[in-house]
Design a protein around this ligand. Structure first.
Ligand SMILES: C[S@@+](CC[C@H](N)C(=O)[O-])C[C@H]1O[C@@H](n2cnc3c(N)ncnc32)[C@H](O)[C@@H]1O
Ligand code: SF4
Length: 348
């Protein structure tokens, strides 16, 4: 790795500044964006419609900024987990989830997470660092299945709203005509509900939004997710009610089911009351147990009952199929703590 600045992850506006500073013609910015995001060039040398001089000037100051995964693990169900090195000796993970009708990549937006949810391995890892927009979309660009991807979910490591600037930039690159030119409907961003950043996300992007609820009750949610002490789920829903999302943009809620904790008839009532009239759907998630936690997942039969009760009350509810559990690639299981430790050991 050199200390040069990187091109991958720059927006068209930022590339315009780059070419201006190098004294290159304005249109070079669009050409570079094209090579970075459409033609998927692997090096500056490959940008053959740029003059030799332009390529030389660029190479003097910039690297492409692409990083291949350094490790890959495959699950019995076809899910794959990729490990990427990031800046400052950090590592992050992404999970590739193939299904018959779609191929999804679950990307990380941070290394670790500050939010400290009781049930999450990434939360247990603590916060190590923010990812740049380039590092977020590099996960999409640098896996072998890049051309097969139909969907991207920001449900890997980290809280996207705690890195809103880079997350919005990554979405801009994915959805702009000069970028990947994806429809924003192929992107779903999950959050525990950091209200000010959610407002920006709603207003500045058109991607789908998933909110992690996990309990409709204040005291219970506070125990599971400390964020409830700052931004309550009631306030999050009030915010959502302010907007008209139209028919195309989807709002959903995620609900991990914990045995004997949040899976009762009272919870069915609480959820229905909270979401009353809001056009949304609810995804029930099987809890993936994490070490040193007394929490247990609700048995499947009870999840089916819970889902039926909510559907009867008019709330579209589905049970999300669990994928990649055997390789720790499932929701909430991504953590690179051991690796980080090994790297620290190496340093001393
Ligand atoms: C890892 S988070 C990342 C996105 C964001 N920080 C959030 O919490 O919504 C993605 C989803 O995984 C869920 N999750 C976390 N730990 C889990 C676990 N042990 N089992 C099942 N789902 C889990 C979260 O609640 C969230 O709905
Ligand atoms: S569930 Fe999401 S917000 Fe909570 S600790 Fe895990 S990654 Fe962070």
């Amino acid at each position: 790795m050199t200390n040069k600045a990187v091109l991958f992850g720059k927006t068209l506006d930022e590339l315009r500044v780059v070419v201006k500073e190098l004294g290159l013609p304005g249109f070079t910015a669009t050409q570079i964006a094209d090579w970075l995001y459409k033609k998927k060039a692997g090096s500056i040398e490959e940008m053959t419609n740029l003059s030799k001089k332009a390529r030389g000037l660029l190479s003097d100051q910039y690297d492409m900024g692409l990083t291949m995964p350094s490790k890959e693990q495959a699950s019995v169900d076809g899910t794959k987990k990729y490990l990427f090195p990031a800046h400052r000796n950090l590592f992050l993970e992404a999970a590739y989830i193939p299904e018959t009708d779609r191929k999804t990549l679950c990307v990380s937006s941070q290394v670790g997470c500050k939010m400290g949810c009781l049930f999450c391995m990434t939360g247990k890892q603590g916060f190590q660092g923010q990812l740049t927009a380039g590092e977020i979309i590099n996960q999409i660009r640098s896996i072998p299945e890049t051309d097969e991807l139909t969907n991207v979910v920001y449900m890997g490591m980290g809280e996207p709203m705690d890195n809103i600037e880079e997350v919005l930039k990554s979405i801009e690159i994915l959805t702009s005509d000069w970028g990947f030119a994806w429809s924003p409907r192929r992107i779903n961003v999950s959050t525990i509900g950091v209200i000010p950043a959610m407002r920006r996300f709603i207003e500045e992007s058109e991607a789908h939004l998933a909110v992690s609820m996990h309990s409709p009750f204040d005291e219970e949610r506070k125990k599971l997710m400390p964020i409830q002490q700052v931004y309550t789920i009631e306030n999050v829903i009030e915010l959502l009610r302010e907007y008209d999302f139209g028919r195309q943009r989807r709002i959903s809620f995620e609900y991990i089911m914990f045995d004997g904790i949040n899976d009762t008839a009272a919870h069915v009532k609480g959820i229905t009351k909270l979401l009353n009239g809001l056009r949304c759907r609810l995804n029930l998630i099987k809890f993936h147990p994490i070490p040193d936690s007394p929490l247990r997942g609700t048995p499947h039969d009870k999840m089916v009952w819970f889902s039926e009760q909510l559907n009867k009350k008019g709330l579209t509810t589905t049970i999300r199929r669990s994928r990649g559990e055997d390789i720790y690639a499932a929701c909430g299981l991504l953590s690179t703590k051991q690796l980080l430790k090994k790297e620290e050991d190496k340093d001393y």
